[in-house]
Design a protein around this ligand. Structure first.
Ligand SMILES: *Cc1c(COP(=O)(O)O)cnc(C)c1O
Length: 356
């Protein structure tokens, strides 16, 4: 089988809006912060190999935990695997339930699933607004009380791409009451170039912190569903007790083991992201569009007619995300794609700007 890294510009058969305009080739999907590249050939060949043993229940979980733990100087017992990091969000919520403490704090805006899942598991949700598009950990501290159980942080933050830094994080952890669990979702952590990005895994030993990472973004395995959590061993064990046996499938484990071996592929992905970011910044500046500088693989930009603009871009077969549902109706989030996809997006944007 011939494996190529640089596939065609993809089809988007599953995006409901796309149906309206057809799902032929030529659609540019920049709406879900997916990796524009297929996974590493090493991941693909590991998955192909694993296919021959799917008559058996999944194995390799311990090996993957060991490899992941080693990258962070942690033991396999400090690692939990999940059916996507979405499952890990649920495990935390299930494991931390307590009748006296039933409040979850999130930032506003943030990844929608924190609130959805929290409500499913019976929590009340308190939302703390950003300041200047950034999370202010101090404001989150002020929002805590004796009913607070979990704080969900996302760093870099979806949808702004902004980060909080290590110094602020340490201050926050030191002031936080012990009964409050902090979840730091670092789904986009690989993409940041900031030297001050928290080395958050180092705090799992002394603080009630769960770090979430995923293979869905930088490792290009979104469709396989696999993420991992890092925390102190007893916290991990509580989370796993609420988990179905074999919830992470055999192909996902194999793919993750293959993907994590391929540093070269990861570097290619990150380099493409840097170049795409520079290209888009430049184009936005040229067009007088204001945007939020990003540490992730997506950019939030402002447009007074953001919703209409998003709809119009569909007609050019470019799919981006209007941020109305995130409480930012004058913003659009665009994922950074391959060079030619970014170009197509900017061409379409320029066309629409002449019309609007
Ligand atoms: C994409 C994303 C994830 C990834 O979820 P998976 O279930 O691992 O695919 C997690 N958190 C945030 C904020 C995301 O944007």
């Amino acid at each position: 089988m011939k494996l190529t890294i640089d596939g065609k510009i993809g089809q988007i058969p599953f995006y409901p809006k796309a149906k309206k305009y057809g799902t032929d080739n030529g659609w540019i999907k920049l709406a879900s912060n997916e990796n524009p590249y297929p996974p590493s050939p090493k991941a693909i060949s590991a998955i192909l190999d694993a296919l021959f043993s799917v008559n058996r229940y999944p194995g390799g979980e311990y090996e993957l935990k060991k490899v992941l733990g080693e990258r962070y100087g942690l033991a396999p017992e400090n690692v939990v695997l999940g059916d996507g990091s979405d499952e890990l969000i649920e495990l935390v919520l299930k494991a931390a339930r307590s009748p006296d403490r039933d409040v979850v704090i999130v930032t506003e805006p943030c990844f929608a699933f924190y609130e959805i899942a929290s409500k499913i598991y019976g929590y009340r949700v308190v939302k703390v607004p950003l300041e200047g598009m950034k999370v202010k950990l101090d404001s989150l501290l002020k929002a805590t009380d004796k009913r607070t159980r979990i704080i969900f942080l996302n760093n870099p933050l979806n949808p702004t791409g902004t980060i909080f830094e290590e110094e602020e994080f340490v201050r926050f952890l030191n002031e936080l009451p012990d009964e409050i669990l902090v979840v730091v979702d670092e789904a986009y952590g690989e993409f940041t170039d900031s030297k001050n990005f928290p080395r958050s895994h180092r705090f799992t030993k002394d603080y009630p912190v769960v770090i979430l990472r995923t293979f869905s973004k930088a490792y290009a395995l979104a469709g396989l569903r696999i993420g991992y959590g890092l925390a102190e061993a007893s916290l991990i064990s509580y989370m796993e007790r609420t988990q179905q046996p074999f919830s992470v499938n055999a192909l996902a484990i194999a793919g993750a083991l293959g993907a994590i071996e391929d540093q070269h592929h990861l570097e290619m992905v990150l380099e493409n992201n840097r170049k795409g970011k520079a290209f888009l910044y430049n184009a936005f500046k040229e067009m007088g569009i204001s945007y939020v500088p990003t540490e992730a693989n997506f950019i939030l930009f402002k447009d007074d007619n953001a919703r209409v603009l998003t709809e119009m871009l569909y007609e050019d077969r470019v799919v981006v995300r209007w941020m109305g549902p995130y409480g930012l109706p004058e913003y659009v989030r665009v994922s950074i794609g391959k060079i030619e996809e970014n170009q197509r997006f900017i061409e379409a944007l320029k066309r629409r700007y002449r019309i609007l």
